[in-house]
Ligand binder design. Structure first.
Ligand code: NDP
Length: 434
């Protein structure tokens, strides 16, 4: 706390991991050596920089840009870029810390990082978004590279923004490095990358339900958010026979007892993927109920998939979901459940998966994009999807291996934290004190 004043999200993420790994370290004292934990909670490098750009009215605007290079122990720094007014050092340090363990869980050779800016893309013209991306990369380019640091998208950064950033990187670096993932298909992107996080989250939920002899077929599912992760979580849950009854954005929630259909999802995508549309507009066009200012968690469901942002599901929401008989909660977003909410789910024997396990499909597929770029070829959709499913099943198995309690039940929270920690810690111990 004293070392990181004013960084509540970072301290929250660290506390969650330390709670899980501390008893494990006591049982395995080699992980208490080399100042391992002290080194792990300190990013290897933090870059903060000015991003100045000119808006459509000729006014100079100044934002703050960041890149947190948390750990290179396993491979090049890897993690998304976020554009949102709430971005600050604490949020990005928490995300980079989490990313390090998540990337280790994928078993691919990826280190951990995260970056972004306190830029609000809402209401900005396409030309302004492009100039902002170019201004950001005019500094970022000197810190990244295919074997150094490979950014990707996140909140507010999708295919369009990754395209602009890649273009400016090539111009400044004079290199066609595979330096971003989430690229367009015409310049090195991977099939299935847009779908990967949402699909992966649902694959993980399916695996968890399987441990209790269930599947998604016929279950009621609530999803929060309506961005990249939420959209493809809805699509895959529907495809596996679930009824998805909610979606949301920062303005409110839609509640649809009949459930999403492919047609409704197509309309949601049309509304949300252009001009930062509001989900209230989707509600107006479909006649589905809209609850302004509300979150989805009061709606009774079997499975909840929080896919919007950090700390969007608190202890009260968790109590409500438990009272309504929820079976399974899989995080599509990063740290959407507060620590109290996560503990409430575990205490009630709800199958609860932390994001570093359940949403790792996105970065895993980014890793597959890097592999394809290195091979200078591209794999068919079925091949990428099969590898994604296999990776999610592997993470699920690792959680079971490391998360089994004395009474035979499983803590996916402990399992994911310990499995990720062991990978990173083994790599760090072997490479000495650096
Ligand atoms: P998008 O920008 O595509 O969508 C974000 C969604 O969350 C939007 O519906 C947005 O609503 C909502 N949202 C964002 N911030 C807030 C907030 N402060 N309060 C309420 N709602 C909010 O982002 P992604 O779908 O890519 O990311 C969603 C989450 O998933 C994030 O936590 C991200 O870190 C995580 N994630 C993403 C991965 C990926 O591959 N994209 C990989 C792994 C994790 P509105 O439109 O109103 O802003």
């Amino acid at each position: 706390g004293e070392r990181n004043p004013g960084q509540p999200e970072f301290l929250q993420a660290v506390a969650e991991v330390v709670d899980s790994v501390w008893p494990f370290i006591e049982q395995h004292p080699r992980y208490a050596e080399q100042g391992l934990l002290d080194r792990l909670v300190e990013p290897e490098r933090v870059v903060m920089f000015r991003v100045s750009w000119v808006d459509d009215h000729g006014r100079v605007r100044v934002n703050r840009g960041y890149r947190i290079q948390h750990s290179m122990a396993i491979g090049p720094y890897k993690g998304g870029i976020r554009f949102h007014p709430s971005v600050n050092l604490s949020v990005l340090k928490f995300l980079a810390f989490e990313q390090t363990f998540k990337n280790a869980l994928t078993t691919l050779p990826l280190g951990g990082g995260k970056g972004g800016a306190d830029f609000d893309p809402k209401g900005k013209s396409p030309a302004e978004v492009m100039r902002f991306c170019q201004a950001l990369v005019s500094e970022l380019f000197r810190h990244v590279g295919a074997d150094t640091d490979v950014p990707a998208g996140d909140i507010g950064v999708g295919g369009r923004e990754v395209g602009y950033m890649t273009g400016m990187y090539k111009k400044l670096a004079n290199r066609a490095d595979a330096v971003f993932t989430g690229k367009g298909l015409s310049f090195g992107g991977s099939l299935m990358r847009p779908e990967a996080t949402g699909y992966g989250t649902v694959y993980f939920a399916q695996e968890m339900l399987g441990t209790r002899g269930r599947g998604l077929e016929g279950l009621r599912v609530s999803v929060s958010g309506s961005g990249n992760v939420a959209q493809y979580a809805i699509e895959k849950a529907m495809a596996l026979g679930a009824r998805v009854v909610t979606a949301s954005d920062s303005g409110g929630t839609v509640v649809d007892p009949e459930g999403f259909t492919p047609e409704k999802l197509a309309l949601l995508m049309e509304v949300k993927n252009q001009r930062y549309g509001r989900i209230s507009e989707y509600a107006e066009r479909t006649g589905v109920r809209y609850e302004a200012g509300k979150r989805p968690w009061h709606v009774p469901v079997d499975v909840a998939l929080p896919c919007a942002t950090q700390n969007e599901l608190d202890a009260r929401d968790a109590a409500q979901l438990v009272a309504n008989g929820v079976l399974c909660v899989a995080e599509g977003a990063n740290m959407p459940c507060t620590l109290e909410a996560a503990h409430a789910f575990e205490a009630a024997q709800v199958l609860y998966a932390p994001g570093k396990a359940s949403n790792a499909g996105g970065v895993a597929t980014s890793g597959l994009e890097m592999s394809q770029n290195a091979l200078r070829l591209s794999w068919p959709r079925e091949e990428v999807d099969a590898r994604l499913l296999q990776i999610m099943q592997g993470i699920h198995a690792a959680c079971l291996r490391h998360g089994r309690r004395a009474d035979g039940t499983v803590s996916y929270l402990d399992g994911a934290n310990i499995a990720g920690f062991v990978q990173v810690a083994d790599a760090m111990l072997a490479q000495g004190v650096t």
